[in-house]
Design a protein around this ligand. Structure first.
Ligand code: ATP
Length: 337
């Protein structure tokens, strides 16, 4: 459905994207994930037709689209700040693109009503001024304004980042459900790894304008292909050489002593696991426990090396700082680079 083929984007002397090759499939929820300044917005704006690449070709639906103006690409875009017209009503904001296209009044009314229903805006809200709406409602107006033109591709640039944490989680689900219902191919830009993991069919992780890995959320999280991906997505223990050597002596022979070694917090067990034969035991002292409600994170001092463990609530009684702890680690869950 979408292909970035050897795309290069330079701004004067600065190369934002040296060479991008990516494919997005029909109906996919595809996320560009990475830290600030890594080039994900530039990639999205190049796809939208707001930036002309210095090299390469964009294909949409098999057609070379690099030279097409934005309005001919059948893309709808939602911006981080929504870019709504503050002096217009919600209805007028949503109908704006239809008006530009000189759509008949009756059809405009029907299309606005249809999309308003899909994004759950009430008729009362439609007649309000956009400035009277909450951030979450404004975000839905921005999505409705993009979708009312029935684009084949929806582009979203950090659409949830201006909202408070609880609303962000709610809207994540609503947005994902809407995308699934409509089956619309979606490219989503975010620096929030949790958003990327919960919403996406596939994720491309960007670093300095380069895609380090493309994969499903599970692949990105469990089989991170580079050190950058593994540390950017989710929390990690970086194991000291000393700990790796101890695990190796305990029977983790597949470990390379000189490589950078990482271990997810939830892969450190404080109870002997059912398949205890696969794991190696380390001893330590609880340095700290942080309670998060559904789980606690422990920091355990193993002869000077700090190892963090994530333990779901509801299991064994919590361990107080200063108490002895036994860590059980399966060496095959260690990622090495
Ligand atoms: P953020 O989430 O902070 O927007 P990003 O990953 O989306 O980050 P981009 O906005 O794509 O990153 O920026 C990539 C690089 O290109 C940055 O170094 C940025 O300063 C630069 N850049 C982006 N747009 C322009 C422009 N119009 N002119 C010059 N440099 C630009």
């Amino acid at each position: 459905m979408i292909r970035f083929d050897h795309i290069e984007v330079r701004f004067g002397e600065h190369t934002a994207i040296p060479e991008l090759n990516l494919e997005v499939k029909q109906g996919e929820f595809f996320t560009l994930l990475g830290p600030s300044g890594c080039g994900k917005t530039t990639a999205l704006r190049t796809l939208a037709g707001f930036i002309e690449p210095t090299k390469g070709e964009i294909y949409i639906d098999g057609q070379a689209a690099t030279k097409l103006p934005s309005e001919k690409r059948s893309v709808g875009m939602v911006f981080q700040n929504y870019a709504l017209f503050p002096s217009m009503s919600v209805w007028e904001n949503i109908a704006f693109g239809l008006k530009v296209r000189k759509t008949k009044k009756m059809q405009t009314g029907a299309l606005v009503a249809e999309i308003a229903g899909q994004v759950e805006l009430t008729s009362e809200q439609l007649s309000k001024n956009v400035s009277e709406l909450s951030g979450g409602q404004q975000q839905r107006v921005a999505i409705a304004r993009a979708l009312v033109l029935k684009p084949r591709i929806l582009l979203l640039d950090e659409p949830l980042s201006n909202l408070d944490a609880k609303l962000r989680v709610q809207l994540r689900e609503q947005l994902k459900n809407l995308q699934r219902e409509l089956g619309i191919t979606t490219v989503y830009v975010t620096h929030d790894q949790e958003e990327a993991l919960t919403m996406s069919d596939r994720i491309a992780v960007f670093n300095h304008g380069v895609v380090e890995q493309v994969g499903t959320p599970e692949e990105i999280y469990n089989r991170s292909s580079t050190e950058f991906v593994c540390t950017f997505v989710g929390a990690m223990n970086k194991l000291s050489g000393e700990v790796v050597q101890r695990l190796q002596r305990g029977g983790g022979t597949a470990l390379h002593p000189n490589k950078a070694s990482y271990l997810r917090l939830e892969k450190v067990s404080l109870q002997p696991p059912a398949n205890a034969a696969d794991s190696i035991r380390l001893e330590g002292t609880v340095a700290e426990r942080a309670y998060h409600g559904a789980h606690s994170t422990y920091t355990i001092d193993c002869s000077g090396s700090m190892i963090r463990a994530l333990v779901p609530e509801g299991g064994a009684a919590p361990l107080a700082p200063g108490s002895r702890a036994e860590l059980h680690i399966d060496p095959s869950s260690i990622l090495q680079y």
